[in-house]
Design a protein around this ligand. Structure first.
Ligand SMILES: C[S@@+](CC[C@H](N)C(=O)[O-])C[C@H]1O[C@@H](n2cnc3c(N)ncnc32)[C@H](O)[C@@H]1O
Length: 289
């Protein structure tokens, strides 16, 4: 199987796009495909799918599925700079997610010039960039950054600090991470220094902690933890956000999407986007006024 650096984009009605991704979710051959689905134009009722297949087989399956529906318009693009894919590496390969390139010490000197590069040494912390949940968060953030700026960003469950460091490196004035695990906080602060990023990390048990509240309210909150704490944190995350602010949530399985979404929509959030990678889901939810 050859590797691919292809992005497939399809536009159509909500029903048509949702029917295609439901079909993919049920297809074990497409388990490795990352895709996102969102409402691109609310007034005209136009929805959009972006899919990132990793093999030629997946490209063929996706294109056949999309082109089989005359109600969808489909384009296939070769991703411009695919050098990262060709890299032969020892240890974990680097990860590309939108504009972000997450790499380890062994990749030093091989980073692209046109990406936001995040050097992450994981140690005992979670978040090398390889997990589907971290990639989902970075893709969601990359998409939002095409239209918005986020002055104040909070990363709940920061692990290695990769998400808050991504925020600091793309212009956020405040990029604060918090974790219940003290060793992760130390590693995240070391990673911030390694990346010369103005991100900082604190050990806190909840969002009510003065170290977290003191820097808020926030324009964007990342939380890549598990579904039950995401549900439990729906009110604290709402309180931590400004009206119109965005929550990027992950750590939930596709099968847990409804439960987590309901906890947030019942508190006035609107679901803007879902990103699927492997069995995992990332959600973009915007707080109402
Ligand atoms: C899946 S890792 C995510 C790491 C990193 N943010 C990423 O996206 O790769 C989850 C992290 O959340 C922390 N965590 C779990 N529950 C938490 C909670 N209720 N509040 C803060 N941190 C939490 C864990 O210690 C762990 O470091």
């Amino acid at each position: 199987m050859s590797e691919s650096a292809i992005q497939i984009i399809a536009h159509g009605s909500r029903d048509a796009t949702e029917a295609r991704v439901a079909e993919w979710d049920a297809d074990p051959m497409l388990e490795g495909v990352t895709y996102s689905i969102l409402e691109e134009d609310e007034d005209r009722g136009i929805w959009r799918i972006d899919a990132f297949p990793t093999t030629a087989d997946e490209v063929e399956r996706l294109v056949t599925s999309l082109k089989g529906d005359a109600a969808l318009t489909t384009t296939v693009e070769d991703l411009a700079d695919a050098d990262w894919l060709a890299m032969s590496l020892s240890g974990l390969p680097p990860v590309r997610a939108g504009r972000f390139f997450v790499y380890g010490a062994h990749d030093q000197g091989r980073v692209p010039l046109n990406t936001v590069n995040l050097k992450i040494d994981a140690g005992a912390a979670f978040g090398t960039g390889h997990h589907g949940t971290t990639v989902g968060c970075l893709i969601a953030f990359d998409e939002l950054l095409k239209r918005e700026r986020f002055e104040r960003v909070l990363d709940v469950g920061a692990g290695t600090g990769v998400l808050a460091i991504a925020a600091a490196k793309t212009g956020s004035r405040v990029a604060l991470g918090t974790d219940i695990d003290a060793p992760s906080v130390r590693i995240a602060n070391e990673n911030a220094a390694l990346n010369q990023a103005k991100a900082s990390f604190v050990h806190a048990s909840g969002l009510n902690d003065q170290k977290v509240r003191g820097q808020g309210p926030y324009d964007l909150v990342f939380a890549n933890i598990l579904a039950p704490p995401l549900v439990a944190l729906s009110q604290p995350i709402r309180t931590a956000l400004l009206p119109g602010g965005v929550a990027i949530l992950s750590g939930l399985l596709r099968t847990q999407e409804r439960r987590v979404t309901a906890a947030y929509t019942s508190k006035g959030f609107r679901l803007e986007r879902r990103i699927h990678r492997d069995a995992w889901s990332a959600l973009v939810l915007r707080r109402g006024g």
